[in-house]
Structures are given as C-alpha cells and as structure tokens.
Ligand binder design. Structure first.
Ligand code: 3PG
Ligand code: MG
Length: 397
C-alpha cells in the first residue's frame, strides 16, 4: 500500500526547507506532557530529515482554540519533543508572517524549528487558500507524518499537499502499511472487536466492518443495545433503546455479508457504578432489574478468546467493559492478553487504535506485543468506517 505514496526514500532533503506536519496534540497536565507516545512516533521522521541535512520545520495544532490563547501554545510541547529526541528544537511564536519567515530564514541545514499552533489562525481549519499559500512560502516540500490528524482537511494537513511536493513521513508510512494489512488486504479470516459505550457513535463503523470482516465481537455498553434489540432484559444497564432497529439492521447486514456477530452470552453485573462494588456473573436470561452490566462474563471471555484463535488478523477498537474500574477490566484485559500471546506466537496480526483502546491495552500491559497500535483517535475511527482521509488522499501519487 505504501508504494502508492512518495516517501522519504523518494527525495533528497539536503539543504531543503521541509515543512513537516506532525501531531503534537498530546495530553498535558500542568504544563507537562503526560503521554509522550505521539512524540516518540514522530521522532524517526524528524531525526532522519535533520541527519540528512534538511531543515525541519514542524507544523502542528494543539487543542481546539478559538484564536490565539496561551493555554494552547505548542511551546511546552516543543520543549518536551527536544528532550525526547535529544536535539535542540527552536520555537517561533507564529506559524506564518514575519515571525515565522525570520525563524525559518535563520535555520542552518539539519536545524529543527517548531512553529506555533496552526489553529491560532481560523484560516487553518477553513483550509483557506491564502493561508495555505502563506504556509507554503516557508517550505520547499511538505511531509505529512500526522495520520492521527489526517481526517481533517485543514491547511496544514491537506491544503499544503496541493501546493508543494508531498511525501509521507515514516510514521504515516508505518501506519498506512499496518492498517492496509488489517482491512484493505488482510490475511483472512479477519476478526474485529468493537467496544465502547455507545452504538450511536459507531453506527457507520459497524455497518462498514460487517461487510469486511469474518467475525465481529461487540462488547462494552454498546453490546447492551444489541442484546436489548434481541429481547434480552438489560436492567439498568447503559442502553440506547431508540437504536434497537439500527442494531437489528446491522445484524441483518452481517448475516447477508457472511459476518458472524459475537455478542456476550453472560455478563458481570453490579448495582452501583463504582470500582470494587460487589458484582456477580449472570446469564442473559437472569439480569436483575436493578442491575447494571459492567463487563462481559467468563463464558463470553472464552468465546471471544476462541474467536481470536480462529482468526489470522484482528482489528480492535474500544474496551469490552468498564475497564477503568476494577474488576470490570477483566474482559478487556483477558482478550488483550490472549491477542498479544497469539501475536507473539506469530499466529495473529493484531492492530488496535482509537482513544480509549490504547489506554486499555496499556492498562493490560500488552501494548508492545500487538503488531501495531495506532495513536489516532478520530482518524482511526473514520478509517474503520471506510471513509477516505483527506490527509492521506492528498499523498496518493
Ligand atoms: C487528535 O488528537 O485526535 C488529533 O490530533 C485531531 O485533533 P482534533 O480532533 O482536535 O482535530
Ligand atoms: Mg479527536
């Protein structure tokens, strides 16, 4: 799949001003980066361009500011990046105009410069051609290494690709390669595990997946909606009753496409939504009226694990229980450990992504054992929905 994109193998960056779109939208607390995964992922691209004598000019957004505001400055993130890559990273207080032009003009080959939050200009999100032209003046080529922002058609994530010669960075390349192997041209059979609280946020995703995978495990709060649609009494569990018809339509579509839907066959039920509150496993015919389903039960775990055994490729998005509270992390942790063990044994290609998923796999201690874990949230979901991502489309030759 990567062959349809130009990569850093196709360009001599020496002496060039390279505008590199990265995702610096990292979680911060009190001015400190709390999870540096995204910074670690972009390090190879930055280091490679710098070592080859290119001038690395980083473009990125942070948060969702409405205009300039100090809270959303990239300055502390640039400092954390410099610590991580052990190279100096200069900073300019604006991503366009005199400030940016001066900072770029002062760069020597191999230097790294981070420009201030592109979203301080509303023209960024509008993909305004005049703003794209301003950004383009600062560089000779554009490298996109921000898969996790590729669902946005913004000036720095998409517009620049029409204005300057465009290349995929190393992280983008790895991501497209891994995702291609998972859904576009996978080793079959393919299983997907989709969890999370709500069906409403994942309708498009489920509708697309049932046409592509051989088996689909549905867990988490969203499974309750499917169970309810099939006549199971789910007590006080999270459940979108108004989506019962949608759930049945997805089940029908799966059947027509030859995709097996694997729903929970038992459940861990508690009477309060709190960690370590007393809980028990119940069969689906016996969920108490006052009870809340907070995880899949032991028989469901066995079914999920044996479905993983039957698969050659796994795509995972979303926890299958309330994994942030013990003991309701059990289903997610067992499935994750099982998938990790199969991957280590070279029996499974495992790809995971989307907000909570990475946190859940980190919690299970298996993040390093999956074949690939995407740091993308919204972009990963849109990819699972089968939607073209503007920041990826623009890279195609
Ligand atoms: C993310 O954190 O998911 C990406 O950086 C995109 O951010 P956005 O959802 O604010 O566009
Ligand atoms: Mg997002």
């Amino acid at each position: 799949m990567t062959n349809s994109f130009r990569t850093l193998d196709d360009v001599d960056v020496k002496g060039k001003r390279v505008l590199v779109r990265v995702d610096l939208n990292v979680p911060m607390d009190d001015g400190k980066v709390t999870d540096a995964t995204r910074l670690e992922r972009i390090a190879p691209t930055i280091t490679e361009i710098s070592d080859k004598g290119g001038k690395v000019i980083l473009l990125a957004h942070f948060g969702r500011p409405k205009g300039r505001d100090d809270k959303n400055s990239l300055k502390p993130v640039a400092a954390a990046l410099a610590d991580g890559i052990k190279k100096p990273v200069a900073f300019a207080d604006d991503c366009v105009g005199d400030v940016a032009a001066k900072a770029v003009g002062a760069m020597k080959d191999g230097d790294i410069l981070c420009l201030e939050n592109t979203r301080f200009h509303s023209a960024e999100e509008k993909n305004d051609p005049a703003f794209v032209a301003e950004l383009a003046k600062l560089g000779d080529i554009w490298v996109n290494d921000a898969f996790s922002a590729a669902h946005r058609a913004h000036a720095s994530t998409e517009g620049l690709g029409h204005k300057l010669p465009a290349y995929a960075g190393r992280t983008m390349q790895a991501e497209l390669d891994a995702l291609g192997k998972a859904l576009d041209a996978p080793t079959k059979p393919v299983i997907a595990i989709v969890g999370g609280a709500k069906v409403s946020s994942k309708i498009d995703l489920l509708e697309n997946l049932v046409t592509k995978v051989d088996a689909l495990v549905i867990g988490g709060g969203m499974a309750n909606t499917f169970l309810h649609a099939q006549g199971v009494k789910v007590g006080k569990s999270l459940c979108e009753k108004d989506l019962a018809a949608t759930a049945l339509r997805i089940i029908d579509k799966a059947e027509a496409s030859g995709c097996a839907i694997i729903l929970p066959v038992d459940a861990i039920v508690a009477f309060h939504f709190a960690a370590n509150t007393p809980s028990h496993a119940y069969g689906l015919d016996a969920i108490p009226d006052e009870g809340m389903i907070l995880d899949v039960g032991p028989q469901s775990i066995e079914r999920i694990n044996s479905a993983i055994d039957d698969a050659a490729t796994l795509v995972w998005n979303g926890p299958v229980g309330a994994f942030e509270m013990t003991p309701f992390d059990r289903g997610t942790v067992s499935g994750a450990k099982h998938a990790a063990a199969r991957t280590k044994a070279k029996k499974l290609i495992s790809v995971a992504g989307g907000g909570d998923t990475v946190a859940a796999l980190n919690h299970a201690g298996v993040a390093d054992d999956f074949s690939y874990i995407s740091t993308a949230g919204g972009a990963f979901l849109e990819w699972m929905e089968g939607k073209p991502l503007p920041g990826v489309e623009v890279l195609k030759k």
